[in-house]
Ligand binder design. Structure first.
Ligand SMILES: [Zn+2]
Ligand SMILES: [Zn+2]
Length: 151
């Protein structure tokens, strides 16, 4: 039996030099933002450019509707149950006209994975991870890629 011993290269005898260690890259480039702009003053919404080159635009009202916090998840579930209980009856319009469109008062970056938005209706518990934001990108392309997955 012959044992093969690695021959150290001249001038570099450190075993397991740092160059050999590969950093894990867990992030899908489609869910990694390269630029995040939150337009609080103009109320224009949020613009995100992703590592795969895709650009997303989110209106604040849309983000408010898609708020991922537990309370809003709960409310959305109730609404769905309600419209399922009375399909097309038309007696109760689901969207009251007097409801003002929420905008944003402030936005905070949470670590390097999310943004937290405070809305003008006082709601501020929604933390939007970039992962979630890419999933809810309102464009048709992302709807196809991220929101039509078979169960
Ligand atoms: Zn919420
Ligand atoms: Zn998109």
């Amino acid at each position: 039996m012959t044992r093969v011993t690695p021959v150290p290269k001249s001038g570099d005898s450190t075993p397991g030099s740092p160059a050999d260690i590969q950093m894990p890259i867990p992030l899908d480039p489609r869910r990694k933002p390269t630029a995040v702009r939150v337009h609080i003053k103009t109320g224009a919404g949020v613009d995100i450019t992703w590592a795969d080159g895709h650009a997303s635009h989110y209106a604040f009202a849309y983000l408010r509707e898609e708020c991922p916090c537990a309370t809003c998840n709960d409310e959305r579930g109730k609404k769905e149950a309600f419209s399922a209980a009375a399909p097309g009856s038309g007696s109760f319009p689901p969207l009251p006209m007097f409801k003002p469109k929420p905008s944003a008062e402030a936005a905070t970056v949470v670590g390097n994975y999310a943004i937290q938005i405070s809305f003008t209706d006082g709601h501020a518990t929604g933390i939007y991870s970039y992962d979630h934001l890419r999933t809810i990108c309102p464009c048709a392309e992302c709807a196809k890629s991220f929101r039509t997955a078979a169960p």
